[in-house]
Design a protein around this ligand. Structure first.
Ligand code: 13P
Length: 256
């Protein structure tokens, strides 16, 4: 059985490097024990250098990631970070196309350029997709299909070996933990996404790309979402900044 992938997206938190160190050291120490998991922490990129050494020692089931990446290798792109820079600071994953970036103007085209540049440079690209709202007529299926297609424009089947799809419906992000998507609905969407990937890239490529769920996951709802939702992992926001609760979440998924 493949390891479940649990990604912590710290977003623009915490405020100080001292607090970042504290959270990171607790999580990385504990994550080692959970051999059935691949745990990935995506801190703000400015903190990455603090964690490079200790994460290298933590072992195979623990990795670092960045929350965004640029597609060029180097040059006059103020504020951007290249895949090579992220790799050189120990990151092996990057999130791309998070809805909080899309909300500030990032288009599918930009997401596809970032995803491909990251994957081809050797990072694993966590491509975020998800509908803003649900309508009774089910138009969100069509929306999602188009969003996946254009966020992976130009990808070849073999690029999918370094792509993960994070399904994060916008209406479920940052809500109370009771408002996370119901496991049966997660299951329906994970099947749908696999079908879309199969139609676009073929069965083998589609099987290679893990599907994660994100949106108000906590230690209490995580187990059923993974088990009944049949996703291959989770993208966790707030709960990944609470070392105690995040450890409980990891323990639950490790025990499935
Ligand atoms: P929350 O888990 O805080 O809802 O955030 C989800 C998310 O956006 C992870 O990328």
């Amino acid at each position: 059985m493949k390891k479940k992938i649990i990604v912590g997206n710290w977003k623009m938190n915490p405020e100080t490097s001292a607090r970042a160190r504290e959270i990171f050291s607790t999580i990385s120490r504990r994550a080692k024990k959970f051999k059935q998991l691949e745990v990935v922490i995506c801190p703000p990129a400015v903190y990455l250098g603090l964690f490079k050494k200790s994460s290298a020692k933590t072992g195979k089931n623990f990795s670092l990631g960045v929350q965004d990446i640029f597609w060029e290798r180097s040059g006059p792109y103020t504020g951007e970070i290249s895949p090579a820079m992220a790799l050189s600071l120990g990151a092996s994953f990057t999130i791309v196309g998070h809805s909080e970036r899309r909300a500030r103007g990032e288009t599918d085209l930009v997401v596809s350029k970032k995803a491909l540049a990251a994957a081809r440079a050797g990072l694993r690209a966590i491509v975020c997709v998800g509908e803003r709202e649900r309508d009774a007529g089910g138009a969100y299926f069509e929306f999602l299909k188009n969003q996946i297609k254009s966020s992976l424009a130009g990808a070849r089947p073999r690029d999918l070996r370094r792509v993960l799809i994070a399904y994060e419906p916008l209406w479920a992000i940052g809500k109370s933990f009771k408002e996370a998507m119901k496991p049966a609905d997660v299951y329906e969407m994970s099947l749908f996404i696999k079908k879309v990937l199969t139609d676009l890239f073929g069965k083998d490529a589609a099987l290679a790309a893990p599907i994660l769920y994100g949106g108000s996951v906590n230690f209490e709802n995580a187990g059923l979402i993974v088990k009944e939702g049949e996703v291959e992992g989770l993208l966790v926001g707030r709960e990944s900044l609470d070392p105690e609760n995040f450890t409980k979440l990891l323990r639950t998924i490790n025990g499935l």
